[in-house]
Design a protein. Structure first.
Length: 209
């Protein structure tokens, strides 16, 4: 079974509390989402391999360490995942960015892909799937399905807030995908919203209803 990492860093927890507030404007919500994503990115990329290189400082030559091997790909799930992209790109500006659009069929309730554009060398990259909210887990699991169907292998899931139900669904569908979460909330309500959650992340990011 995959691992779940709940991040208890004080800055992440502080900013998540601000993010949850109904008083937070769309502008502040976007800025907080980007900041939280960047802070989470430090932990998500902790296991990137390093190699020793020679660097010339103003004083002398030295052996230093730089990231080696794995190339990164960032894949936001549309549309709310877009809010997390810049935070990760600030840390790893050379990462390639793919996009996946998924909606739930109102009759079958099954996830349907409506857009998918991924790096051509997806099989050679470590992929980080971004979605602020992990509620039922259906869309996240489907997005990972679509990535694997196109050759993606090394995948991590990153969410700011998750429900236990969503974590369980992704783990059962993709036991090889580790999940990084800012906070695990209580449960889902009758409308499949995370409780206490923060409402609809996409609407709050973009000022829609």
């Amino acid at each position: 079974m995959s691992k779940v990492f709940e991040m208890d860093h004080p800055l992440i927890q502080h900013k998540l509390s601000l993010l949850r507030s109904v008083e937070t404007s769309s502008k502040d919500f976007r800025e907080l989402t980007e900041e939280i994503a960047m802070l989470m990115g430090y932990e998500v990329t902790r296991d990137l391999p390093l190699e020793e290189v020679e660097v010339q400082t103003p004083i002398c030559a030295m052996k230093a360490k730089m990231i080696a091997g794995k190339k990164l790909g960032i894949v936001p799930v549309l549309r709310a995942g877009l809010g997390m992209v810049e935070g990760f790109l600030r840390l790893v500006p050379t990462a390639r960015v793919g996009h996946i659009g998924v909606y739930r069929d109102p009759e079958t309730f099954k996830p349907v892909e409506y857009y998918c554009k991924l790096p051509a060398d997806i099989g050679e990259r470590e992929l980080i799937v971004l979605d602020p909210m992990l509620a039922t887990g259906g869309s996240a699991a489907a997005a990972i399905d679509f990535i694997k169907e196109r050759g993606g292998k090394n995948i991590k899931m990153v969410c700011m807030i998750a429900a236990p139900e969503g974590i369980k669904a992704v783990q059962e569908a993709h036991p090889d995908v580790d999940i990084f979460v800012g906070c695990i909330d209580e449960c889902l309500n009758d409308h499949a919203y995370i409780v206490p959650g923060l409402g609809d992340a996409g609407d709050r990011l973009f000022g829609t209803k």
